[in-house]
Design a protein around this ligand. Sequence first.
Ligand code: F6R
Length: 239
Amino acid sequence: MRLIKVSDEEELSRMAAEYVFSKIKRSERIVLGLATGRTPLGMYRHLSKYSKEYKQSYSHVHTVNLDEYVGSRAYHDYMQQNFFDHIGIHKNQTHLPDGNAVDLEKECKRYEEVVKQLGGIDLQVLGIGENGHIGFNEPGTDFSSRTHVVELTESTLRANAKYFTHEKQPRKAITMGIGTILESKEILLLAAGEKKARALRELFQGTINSDIPATLLNHHPNVIVLADEGARSLLEEES
Ligand code: F6R
């Protein structure tokens, strides 16, 4: 695991966008795994700007998102507003789990098949939950798990309550499994702010265990972590 230290959220956003954009520019075809939430917002803003400046085509880019709430399209809307609307990517090339599917188990299987048919994920962008979740794989999730329905923990519900002013906050979500995420060829994890410091300390200095799902990333050979000062504040080398 490679740690890249940045000073603040703005530098993190810019560096993440530069990294992802260079991959998009250099590849003939690329499958990007994407995250939602507060942390990657700046990255999407910069990526949208670069794409306009360089008139970047997205015809060779496919995206698969990590998760969606059950009974909601909150993350579909987020992706549309913060990224897809700005880059001219064809809708057929963007994928998210359908939280409104009648048969959720079937939807999980369909989503796994989507990832498989695309040939797997080349670069997966991740955020990290205060409790160490990745995607919505909450503490206790098995390391070989595939796309599944989860009951969100109180910590996650609290952290995300602010986004549900217009609809009732769902208590369940569909998430790509840890096994699915770990099959990505490369992972870029973004961590900003002191609220993520405990999870980051566990990631780098804790034991690998499913109570802090992010620690399972230590099993992956190609992970870059971009972390700002706040997120690094509990790492031993920082004190
Ligand atoms: C979102 C996701 C989550 C978030 C995490 C951090 O698609 O998969 O794991 O990355 O909850 O969220 P923020 O960035 O809002 O702190």
